[in-house]
Design a protein around this ligand. Structure first.
Ligand SMILES: *Cc1c(COP(=O)(O)O)cnc(C)c1O
Length: 235
């Protein structure tokens, strides 16, 4: 009773609102809210505020810079799962290979090769998502949609790298309706990919949708949404 009438503020309140919006969007697409992972994007956010988000039940944290990830990593125990969501330089793989649950930004074969080498040394398998530049923006990293199948087939050859799905960053727009096609295209690529029956890969995850567009992304099939601003405020 008391808890139900608790007046929430700040990060807990933001997360409560996001969870409601995620639930509604999930139901619209015929799925359950618990099928969708809310990944808290913690770039520029300090450990105390990150802890507030963890207290609200968010256990998946995303950083886009290696340096920031390795600085924050020791502040938390292994009940949280770190994800690398930004562009990854080949020479930095060694710093995160033992720390992250998944790399969302695999965008070139040399990177897959390096991840494979480092994972093999640790006798582990690294889960990755292939980043697709659906809107073919010059300013963004990612594999061209037309090259996606060939790329995944090549990555599938690496024994210690496991492709688990696809990721995209949609163009930033005022009205997310205008980029709905980006999300439906990524979904279509993943369906086509599944039909290829490539060994050693799965299409379990679609990581798409950010503060500005996550509901649209979920309606189009996202099961991981990466949210920073709507949780922690503007950076
Ligand atoms: C910063 C970032 C996000 C989160 O963006 P918000 O608009 O703050 O929600 C998601 N994905 C990637 C790759 C990012 O770099």
């Amino acid at each position: 009773m008391f808890n139900g009438s608790r007046k929430l503020e700040g990060i807990p309140r933001n997360i409560g609102l996001i969870k409601e919006r995620v639930s509604r969007a999930a139901e619209k697409s015929g799925r359950k809210p618990e099928d969708i992972t809310i990944l808290a994007v913690t770039k520029t956010v300090g450990a105390d505020r990150i802890r507030e988000a963890i207290n609200e039940g968010l256990a998946d944290l995303g950083e886009n810079r290696v340096q920031e990830l390795i600085e924050k990593y020791p502040e938390f125990d292994d009940s949280v799962r770190w994800h690398l969501i930004g562009h990854l330089q080949t020479n930095k793989v060694k710093y995160i290979i033992d720390k992250v649950k998944m790399i969302h930004s695999l965008d070139r074969i040399e990177l897959a090769e390096e991840i494979n080498k480092r994972a093999e040394k640790l006798q582990k398998t690294m889960d990755v998502l292939v980043q697709i530049n659906v809107a073919r923006e010059n300013t963004k990293f990612g594999i061209d949609p037309g090259d996606a199948v060939e790329f995944v087939k090549r990555v599938a050859q690496f024994k210690n790298v496991k492709v688990k799905g696809l990721m995209t960053i949609a163009p930033f727009v005022e009205d997310p309706e205008t980029i709905r096609w980006v999300f439906s295209s990524l979904r279509k690529i993943s369906v086509d990919m599944s039909k290829e029956k490539i060994d050693n890969i799965s299409m379990d995850y679609l990581s798409m949708g950010m503060s500005n567009d996550f509901e649209t992304a979920i309606e189009e099939g996202a099961n991981i949404v990466r949210i920073g601003t709507d949780i922690f405020g503007s950076r």
